[in-house]
Design a protein around this ligand. Structure first.
Ligand code: APR
Ligand code: PHB
Length: 390
C-alpha cells in the first residue's frame, strides 16, 4: 500500500489533517487501532475555540456544528460563596462553542468517507521505519496480518499512548512534564443543564465543573484523588458531592437525571520538543497534554494540523520546505501558551494537595482579581476563547 502522507490515529488531529490534505489534493491513509464505533462514541472534551469553529466551517464541516453547537459568550466562576461571570465576548469579540469531540470526529469521518478517503479502522500501527529516508514505512496489523504502508511522510497523531513518539531515536526529544495530585471524575447525565453557560467552581472540598452537551444533556466534573476507584462513586454520591460544590449560590439548584456515562481522567501537563524528526511530524496529544481545566486539548490538536496542512500544501504544491521546517517551532508557541493557561486555571481552581491555608488565600485573591479587574478578566477570556496569532 502506498500514499503521500501516512497518518497514525483517527482522533481530531489525524482526521482533520487527512481532510485538510484532501482539500489540497494530497493523498493520505489514516490508520486507527480502534473500531469506527469506538472512536465515534468515546466521550471526551467539548469546547471549541472560535478559531477551531472557523477552521471547521471554512473547510465545509460547519453544517451540524452550526445547528447543534451551543455558542457561549461567557463563563461563570463560583468561589467563596460568590459568583462572577467572565463576559468573554464583550471582552474579546470572540466566543466558544460547546460541541462534543466525538461529534467533531463523526463529522470528520463522514466527510472523509463521502470524499472517498481512506481510513482503516482496527489497523494497529506497530512500528515506523525509514523515517530518515524519503520513503518511510508504517507497519500495521490488521485481521491478524502484518501489512505495510509506504509514504513520503508520516504524521503521528496517535495520542499520548501511541507508538509514533517512541519511533524517534533516544536523545532527540526533550520532555517537559507535570502530574497533578488529583483527577477528574466526569459524568454525562440525561438532565437539562441548570445553567446557560459553563460554571467553574472552586470549593473547599475540591473543584467542580458544570458543562453540557445539549439542552437535554449535562456534562459534569468533580475533582477526585488521582487513584480514586470509580466503584466507590455510586450515582447518589456523585450528585450529593456536585450539589455541595456547585449549590453555593442562593436560589440555584442542580438538575439531576440518569447517569449515561462516568469515568475518571488523570491530570497531566506534558510537552515533547521538537514536534518533528526527519519525516515524522507529531501532532495533538501525541506530543502535548494539558489538564482539561482550560478546555484546550482538542483545540491544540486542530491548531497543530492546520499548520501541517499548510506545510504539506507548500511542499507538494511548490516544492517549498520552509513551512515543514518551521512547523515545530511555530506550533510550540501556541502549545506553551496553552500549557501556561491550563496550568494557571488548574492551580487557581482546584483544592491543592496540602490544602495549605496560605495557598488557598492566594487562590481566592486571584479569583477576586479576575472578578474585579477588566484587564485580568480579559487575559483569562482571550486565552479561553483562543488567541488567533501567537
Ligand atoms: N495505531 C493506530 N492508532 C492508534 C495507535 C496505534 N498504535 N495508538 C493510538 N491510536 C489512536 C487512538 O485509538 C486514537 O483514536 O490514535 C488516536 C488518537 O486520538 P486522540 O487521543 O483523540 O488524540 P488527538 O487526535 O491528538 O486529539 C486530542 O483528544 O484526548 C483528547 O483532550 C484531548 O481533546 C484532545 C484530543
Ligand atoms: C466539557 O464540556 O467536557 C468540558 C468543558 C470545559 C472544560 C473541560 C471539559 O474546561
Amino acid at each position: 500500500m502506498r500514499t503521500q502522507v501516512g497518518i497514525v490515529g483517527a482522533g481530531p488531529a489525524g482526521l482533520m489533517l487527512s481532510h485538510l490534505l484532501h482539500l489540497r489534493g494530497i493523498e493520505s491513509v489514516v490508520l486507527e487501532s480502534r473500531s469506527r464505533d469506538h472512536v465515534e462514541h468515546r466521550v471526551r472534551a467539548g469546547v471549541l475555540e472560535q478559531g477551531s469553529v472557523d477552521l471547521l466551517c471554512r473547510t465545509g464541516l460547519g453544517g451540524r456544528l452550526r445547528r447543534e453547537g451551543l455558542r457561549h459568550e461567557g463563563i461563570e466562576l463560583r468561589f467563596a460563596g460568590e459568583s462572577y461571570r467572565v463576559p468573554m465576548t464583550e471582552l474579546t469579540g470572540r466566543a466558544i462553542t460547546v460541541y462534543g469531540q466525538q461529534e467533531v470526529v463523526k463529522d470528520l469521518i463522514a466527510a472523509r468517507i463521502a470524499a472517498g478517503g481512506s481510513i482503516l479502522f482496527e489497523a494497529d500501527v506497530v512500528r515506523l521505519d525509514n523515517l530518515d529516508s524519503d520513503s518511510p514505512v508504517v507497519h500495521f496489523r490488521r485481521d491478524g496480518h502484518e501489512e505495510k504502508l509506504h509514504c513520503d511522510f508520516v504524521a503521528g497523531c496517535d495520542g499520548f499512548h501511541g507508538v509514533s513518539r517512541g519511533a524517534v531515536p533516544e536523545g532527540v526529544l526533550t520532555t517537559y512534564e507535570r502530574t497533578y495530585p488529583f483527577a477528574w471524575l466526569g459524568v454525562l447525565a440525561a438532565a437539562a443543564p441548570a445553567v446557560e453557560e459553563l460554571v467553574y467552581a472552586h470549593h473547599d472540598r475540591g473543584f467542580a465543573l458544570h458543562s453540557m452537551r445539549s439542552p437535554e444533556v449535562s456534562r459534569l466534573y468533580l475533582q477526585v484523588a488521582p487513584d480514586e476507584d470509580i466503584g466507590t462513586w455510586p450515582d447518589e454520591r456523585i450528585w450529593a458531592e456536585l450539589r455541595t460544590r456547585l449549590e453555593t449560590v442562593p436560589g440555584w439548584s442542580l438538575n439531576e437525571g440518569p447517569v449515561l456515562e462516568k469515568s475518571i481522567t488523570p491530570m497531566r501537563s506534558f510537552v515533547v520538543e521538537p514536534m518533528r524528526w526527519e519525516r515524522l511530524f507529531l501532532a495533538g496529544d501525541a506530543v502535548h497534554i494539558v489538564p482539561p481545566t482550560g478546555a484546550k486539548g482538542m483545540n491544540l490538536a486542530l491548531a497543530d494540523v492546520a499548520l501541517l496542512g499548510d506545510a504539506f500544501a507548500a511542499w507538494y504544491g511548490r516544492g517549498c520546505p520552509d513551512l515543514l521546517e518551521s512547523y515545530s517551532a511555530k506550533a510550540l508557541r501556541r502549545v506553551w501558551r496553552a500549557q501556561h493557561f491550563s496550568w494557571w486555571m488548574t492551580s487557581m481552581l482546584h483544592r491543592l494537595e496540602r490544602n495549605d491555608p496560605y495557598e488557598t488565600k492566594l487562590q481566592t485573591a486571584t479569583l477576586r482579581y479576575v472578578a474585579t479587574s477588566r484587564a485580568y478578566a480579559t487575559s483569562l477570556a482571550e486565552n479561553y476563547v483562543g488567541l488567533p496569532e501567537i
